[in-house]
Design a protein around this ligand. Structure first.
Ligand SMILES: [Mg+2]
Length: 381
């Protein structure tokens, strides 16, 4: 499979409402779409979003890395997806997000050529029996904004079938966060309710949070302390916490998963393609976690479009089990880039939405062009 041309689209898509994290306020999705054409006239699409505090990428740096990768790769023959990561490493060190974007577009082409939906290819290539349909994946809904808004959203989205929740914490005082968490946990009793501090808590506050009765109904607490703290701090937090500990910013791929499993410092992890370097490494990471009887959630960065959502969901449909839910972030966008965006049905994503060959989502080029980020242009390679 040869790449004959490539187009890179740096996008900015406004969120329906700003999303407050502990260390940043996200107002738009800064995301990059890549469209590859092969020698037989197919087109394949990839996507990766910027995450300055998670991967260190900005829109300009991500576009630069993708352009470099694609220009170098155009003369190559792309035959076996299992070799893609090794081949990318021969071109560019690190840069997991750019590699994820490129891998996604190559996989879209490859699985279209194989006449298979991506999720079914993932089963086939991992020696899992082929199935026509898979279990719906539970979608995880983030709660944010004013406390009244969080309560109203919790009630309205619960009535729509959502049962997995994430409460962003770490920007208020410990006492205020505990009060919010207790009220929301009681309101959503029986559901999978989690918190995420994006590393904003001190170790002592994190331990106090986990030991507090107000937090006792949580299904897990994600990345309470900063990823650059020592492994001993994570081990201590895990030892002291009566509630399960999830990690996100600390886990970029297989090496960290192995390290934290060995140290007994986690109960589960959040997997994002921009961290692992693509679908295939993320699938492997998910399998390692589940084989060790640990939990995982699948997540898009806030926010990515249906394209990245579909590629990430393919891992869940292939495995058939996403115990901590799937954070599909196109639900927070003012508009999506395809004519038929992925949508929640009873709080779940259904595999029937990804029944087309390839990734299963085809961007509408006019919509994509309408979302080019200010100060950026479409790049032809
Ligand atoms: Mg997180």
């Amino acid at each position: 499979m040869k790449i004959t041309s490539a187009t890179i689209y740096p996008l900015s898509i406004p969120l329906i409402e700003p999303m407050k994290m502990s260390r940043e306020m996200v107002v738009d999705a800064k995301t990059v779409l890549l469209c590859l054409s092969d020698e037989e006239g197919r087109t394949g699409w990839g996507e990766a979003s910027v995450a300055p505090l998670m991967t260190g990428e900005t829109l300009a740096s991500l576009v630069g890395s993708i352009q470099y990768l694609v220009e170098q790769a155009k003369s190559w023959d792309w035959v076996e997806p299992k070799e893609f990561a090794r081949d990318f490493a021969k071109i560019l060190y690190g840069n997991a997000s750019a590699k994820s974007c490129f891998e996604m577009a190559l996989l879209d082409l490859f699985t279209q050529k194989q006449s298979l939906p991506l999720w079914r290819y993932l089963r086939q290539t991992n020696n899992l029996p082929d199935i026509e349909n898979s279990t719906p994946i539970p979608l995880l809904r983030m709660l944010g904004g004013s406390f009244d808004k969080e309560l109203a959203d919790a009630k309205s989205f619960r009535s729509l079938g959502f049962r997995h929740w994430k409460i962003k914490i770490g920007s208020l005082s410990l006492k205020e966060d505990l009060q919010r968490v207790e009220i929301l946990s009681n309101l959503l009793e029986g559901d999978v309710v989690s918190v995420d501090a994006n590393g904003a808590m001190s170790l002592s506050d994190a331990i106090q949070f986990c030991e507090s009765k107000e937090a006792s109904k949580l299904a897990f607490a994600e990345q309470l302390i900063a990823a650059d703290l020592s492994i001993e701090d994570f081990v201590l937090l895990k030892k002291r916490s009566p509630i399960p500990i999830g990690l996100d910013e600390s886990i970029h791929g297989e090496p960290e998963i192995e390290e934290f499993i060995k140290a007994k410092a986690l109960d589960g992890a959040s997997l994002k393609l921009i961290k692992t370097g693509g679908v295939l490494p993320a699938f492997k990471a998910a399998q390692i976690l589940l084989d060790k009887h640990l939990q995982m959630n699948l997540a898009c960065k806030v926010a990515e479009t249906s394209l990245s959502g579909a590629a990430t969901a393919s891992i869940g449909f292939a495995i058939g089990n996403v115990p901590w839910g799937f954070s599909m972030s196109n639900q927070y966008l003012q508009f999506d880039i395809c004519d038929q965006p992925l949508v929640a049905k009873q709080g779940h994503l259904d595999a029937s939405q990804l029944s087309a060959n390839g990734i299963g989502v085809i961007p509408n080029t006019d919509r994509v062009k309408s979302a080019i980020a200010k100060g950026h242009t479409v790049i032809q390679c």
